[in-house]
Design a protein around this ligand. Structure first.
Ligand SMILES: [Fe+2]
Length: 180
């Protein structure tokens, strides 16, 4: 995580842009490479074969779900955050069921976290066995990096962006009520 950036002081749309360009882009670029590599190792690695098969299956499912999750954020939620930050007035329509959308995003975050915990466990905390080949070592190191990015991304959304969005929404509803 970027300790030197005061995310709490940033506008929500800046945080959403940062998440998209830093985290989503990185997860999109690392994810498919890792999936391909894991699938190859599943075929090749004999001492770690069973675990690698399970890890490869879990990771592929996570990647599919994550891809759909990021699209929902980038095409529905984040554009709304941007519009809301820009207008800050009476003319922006509230997003219907915003709370349910955020709950759904949090639920999906929990699933990703659970899946990565399973992968971490199966891979013995991303630790290669002594006889592991260099590809396995590299793959586990990148998997560790992928998890770290994913968890930072989730932390930023759950603990900073979503609460800010709810705060902004409540501010608007108070504003609208007092204007009517
Ligand atoms: Fe998310």
């Amino acid at each position: 995580m970027y300790q030197h950036i005061a995310f709490n002081q940033l506008e929500p749309h800046c945080i959403a842009e940062f998440i998209t360009s830093r985290y989503h882009a990185q997860l999109r670029s690392l994810g498919p490479l890792l999936a391909t590599q894991l699938s190859k190792l599943r075929e090749e690695n004999s001492s770690f074969r069973q675990e690698m098969t399970a890890i490869s299956g879990l990771f592929q499912r996570l990647l599919d779900d994550l891809s759909s999750h990021m699209r929902k954020e980038e095409f529905v939620l984040f554009p709304y955050v941007k519009e809301r930050s820009r207008e800050q007035g009476d003319f922006v329509q509230s997003m219907p069921l915003l709370n349910s959308v955020l709950q759904q995003m949090r639920r999906e975050h929990r699933q990703f976290t659970d899946t990565m915990s399973q992968i971490r466990r199966l891979s013995n905390n991303f630790t290669p066995s002594e006889d592991a080949c260099s590809q396995t070592r590299l793959c586990l190191a990148v998997l560790n990096e992928f998890e770290s990015d994913l968890l930072d991304n989730i932390y930023l959304e759950n603990n900073i962006l979503f609460p800010k969005l709810i705060e902004m929404e409540q501010g608007l509803s108070i504003h609208t009520q007092s204007a009517s």
